[in-house]
Write a protein that binds this ligand. Structure first.
Ligand code: KIV
Length: 285
C-alpha cells in the first residue's frame, strides 16, 4: 500500500489557501476505500446514499446508524489516511442536540471518523454548534438535501430564484458562524456557489453539481463508474463504465460454466497420486 500522510482538517485548509481543489468521493466498502486511498483522494464521505447504492432502497430514509457505522468502519480499514466523513442518517440528529452529539460521537469512537456531515440550513445551526462544542468537526449540507426531498418537491436544482439563492447564502453564513468546518452545496447554481465561497472566511465550501468555484468537488462513486443501474444524475461525469465491464464478465461466466469452458486446470486443486490411491484403498477396506 502507498503510505501517505494522514489528511487532516489542517491539510484541507492549507490546500484551499493555496487554491488547490480538494477531491472528495463517496465510498461504502473496504476494497473501494483501498483504491480511493491509493489514488490519493483527499476526503471520503460514507453517505447515507448507501441506502440506495448498497442496500437497494428507493431513498435514504430507511438507513440506520448501525448501517452507517458498519460501512464506515469497513471504509476506514481500507483508507486509514483519508479525511473520513460519516453522514448522519435520517433522525439521527433532528430530534435534539443530545441525540446529535451521541450519534456524531459514535462515528468518531466506533468508526474513527474525522468529521460528520448533516443536512439542513439555519435551523440546524444549533446542532452544528452543539456537535462542535463536543469536540467533533461538523460539515453542513445545503441546496438539494436528499433527506428532505419530499419537502423540496423532488431532486431539483436549489437556488435558481434570487430569494431562494439568498436563503442558501444566509444559511451558509449561519452554519459557518455556528462552527461548521465545511459546507457541501448540492445542486446549487454555479454563480451562487461562487458568491458563497467568496463570502466565507473560516469554512470550506465543497460542490456537488454546484460548479467549479468552490474549494473542492464531491462525486458519488457509483455515478462515476456506471454502478447504479436505476439512473445517472446529469451532473455526474462517468470516468469509466465498470458496471458494463462487470455485467459483460458475469454474462461470460454464465456462458463458460454452461459450455464447460470454465473451470480449467489452473482454477482447481489436485491430490497427489499416492494420496489418491491410499484414499481409494481406505474406501475399499
Ligand atoms: O449520502 C450522500 O452520499 C450524500 C451526498 C448526496 C452528498 O449526502
Amino acid at each position: 500500500m502507498n503510505e501517505r500522510k494522514k489528511v487532516t482538517i489542517r491539510t484541507l485548509y492549507d490546500k484551499a489557501a493555496k487554491g488547490e481543489p480538494i477531491s472528495w468521493l463517496t465510498c461504502y466498502d473496504y476494497p473501494t476505500a483501498y483504491f480511493q486511498e491509493e489514488a490519493g483522494v483527499d476526503m471520503i464521505l460514507v453517505g447515507d446514499s448507501l441506502g440506495m447504492t448498497m442496500l437497494g432502497y428507493d431513498g435514504t430514509l430507511p438507513v440506520t446508524m448501525n448501517d452507517m457505522i458498519r460501512h464506515t468502519q469497513a471504509v476506514r480499514r481500507g483508507a486509514p489516511n483519508v479525511f473520513l466523513v460519516g453522514d448522519m442518517p435520517y433522525m439521527s440528529y433532528q430530534p435534539s442536540n443530545e441525540t446529535a452529539i451521541r450519534n456524531a460521537g459514535r462515528f468518531m469512537a466506533e468508526a474513527n471518523c474525522d468529521a460528520i456531515k448533516l443536512e439542513g440550513g439555519g435551523e440546524m445551526a444549533d446542532r452544528i454548534h452543539a456537535i462542535k462544542q463536543a469536540g467533533i468537526p461538523a460539515i453542513g449540507h445545503l441546496g438539494l438535501t436528499p433527506q428532505s426531498v419530499a419537502a423540496l418537491g423532488g431532486f431539483r436544482v436549489q437556488g435558481r430564484g434570487a430569494l431562494q439563492a439568498k436563503q442558501i447564502m444566509d444559511d451558509a453564513k449561519t452554519l459557518e458562524e455556528a462552527g461548521a468546518v465545511a459546507i457541501l452545496l448540492e445542486m446549487v447554481p454555479d454563480r451562487v456557489t461562487k458568491m458563497i465561497t467568496e463570502r466565507t472566511d473560516n469554512c470550506l465550501i465543497l460542490s456537488l453539481g454546484s460548479g467549479p468555484e468552490a474549494h473542492g468537488q464531491l462525486l458519488i462513486y457509483h455515478d462515476m463508474f456506471g454502478l447504479y443501474p436505476k439512473f445517472k444524475p446529469r451532473m455526474a461525469k462517468v470516468f469509466g463504465n465498470a458496471g458494463e465491464v462487470i455485467l459483460n464478465g458475469l454474462k461470460q461466466y454464465v456462458t463458460e460454466v454452461g459450455s464447460k469452458e470454465f473451470p480449467q486446470p489452473e482454477n482447481w486443486f489436485t491430490i497427489k497420486d499416492e494420496e489418491y490411491n491410499e484414499l481409494k484403498g481406505l474406501l475399499e477396506d
